[in-house]
Design a protein around this ligand. Structure first.
Ligand code: ATP
Ligand code: MG
Length: 252
């Protein structure tokens, strides 16, 4: 692999919250306790990490280094064992479940590594689902879902159930579902993992456009250097720690 310029990150101290940060982790620790006699897995070993509002950040690192775990802890999907996560300057350790659920539903969109599409729903029904949950009238929800599917180039597949879609098409439905409600933060775990380079480029162009026109923040876990290079910042992880970062677009 080519030599990379990686700048070490300063350690985040117990400073007061900064308003320009949309999400921040401080000395975040997560250990999976297996309970079956196998050794516990220290998945995050003190992660200091911060994302500015409107930033597009890639998280890269070898398989098993803790990327999905970090995303899940930052988004309040997974509990953690030490440290803290601040969203909009507020500690999620201090939010109750109802508050966190509301926050997630209103402000976050997710593209899961395993897509998590509902198998009994068609593509358009999967995409409109979060809008209906949020109480949007069905006709409006259907129109927005159709527009989101068209944006990921799947207008002609809206009536297909996931089993009748390719892996890359399912992935794009998952992206459409994540962006349809214009959430402030979109968490995307390998959103281009099943796409060829042309579709991957088109998807990244769409995300960048949403980022610039709507000011949405994107956190993108990726194994693809090309995808990383299209982001404002690449954060490198290894063995449950953030090693450093690169700013590929500096001077762009
Ligand atoms: N539910 C779990 N129970 C026990 N260990 C787990 C669990 N989930 C993840 N792990 C372990 O925690 C570590 C970090 O896993 P994680 O899924 O965050 O990696 P990752 O960086 O996303 O990898 P990949 O690139 O393969 O998706 C791995 O060693 C993994 O085996
Ligand atoms: Mg993962």
């Amino acid at each position: 692999m080519a030599t990379q310029m990686i700048t070490p990150l300063p350690t985040v101290t117990s400073a007061p919250p900064r308003l320009d940060l949309i999400v921040e982790s401080r000395a975040l620790v997560k250990t999976y306790v297996t309970g079956d006699g196998a050794r516990d897995v220290p998945a995050l070993r003190g992660v200091d990490f911060a994302v500015q509002r409107g930033e597009m950040v890639a998280i890269m690192g070898p398989s098993g280094c803790g990327k999905t775990t970090l995303l899940n802890c930052l988004a309040g999907i997974d509990a953690f064992d030490g440290g803290d996560v601040l969203i909009d300057g507020r500690s999620i350790a201090r939010m109750d479940d109802a508050e966190l659920t509301r926050y997630r539903a209103r402000s976050m969109g997710f593209v899961f590594q395993s897509f998590n599409l509902l198998p009994v729903l068609t593509a358009v029904e999967n995409v409109e689902f979060p809008l209906l949950l949020a109480g949007m009238p069905p006709t409006e929800a259907r129109n927005q879902a159709r527009a989101a599917l068209a944006a990921v180039d799947l207008a002609d597949r809206e009536g297909h159930r996931p089993a009748r879609l390719s892996g890359g098409q399912q992935q794009r439905v998952a992206v459409a579902r994540a962006i349809v409600a214009t959430p402030a933060i979109v968490w995307a775990d390998e959103p281009t993992g099943n796409l060829d380079s042309a579709s991957s480029g088109a998807l990244m162009a769409l995300l960048r456009d949403l980022n610039q026109t709507r000011g949405q923040t994107f956190l993108i876990v990726t194994h693809s250097r090309e995808v990383g290079l299209l982001c404002d910042r690449i954060v490198h992880m290894r063995d449950g720690l953030v090693l450093g970062e690169e700013r590929p677009r500096a001077g762009v």
